[in-house]
Design a protein. Structure first.
Ligand code: THU
Length: 127
């Protein structure tokens, strides 16, 4: 799957975000190494700290279905670019620092980072 297609899937899911408090809607599309895509949106809560970001929603969906190996995640919003927050970076790091993160300011030019670039020295317990 092309980065552009994955980003388009992230854009497509943005309207499903539940963001009545921040009004900042985010969509993510997570590509597994086996070629499946899991999407996710941010789901906010009246108890603000209980909010879950789009990236973690997508990961939780994929991991719940038995996936453990991931290629890339695209993140789109309805208001410019968003790089994953610190909690999401650590959450995703559990599954490998080589994950490619695809974002865009304008929906046209894509920006690619690896997770380990965005989270140098990420924490991981030995298994
Ligand atoms: N948010 C995400 O879903 N992903 C990001 O990469 C950045 C932040 C959400 C959390 C919250 O619902 C809203 O955006 C504003 O912080």
């Amino acid at each position: 799957m092309k980065d552009r297609e994955l980003f388009a899937m992230a854009q497509e899911i943005v309207p499903k975000a539940y963001a009545p408090f921040s009004k900042f809607r985010v969509g993510a599309a997570l590509l597994t190494k086996s070629g499946e895509v899991f999407t996710g949106v941010n789901v906010e809560n009246s108890s603000y700290g209980a909010t879950i970001c789009a990236e973690r929603t997508a990961f939780v969906k994929a991991v719940s279905e038995g996936h453990r190996e991931f290629e890339a995640i695209a993140v789109a919003t309805d208001e410019g670019e968003a790089l994953p927050c610190g909690i999401c970076r650590q959450f995703m790091f559990e599954f490998g620092g080589d994950l490619r993160i695809i974002t865009s300011e304008d929906g046209d030019h894509l920006h690619i980072h690896t997770l380990k670039e965005l989270l140098p020295g990420g924490f991981k317990l030995n298994q």
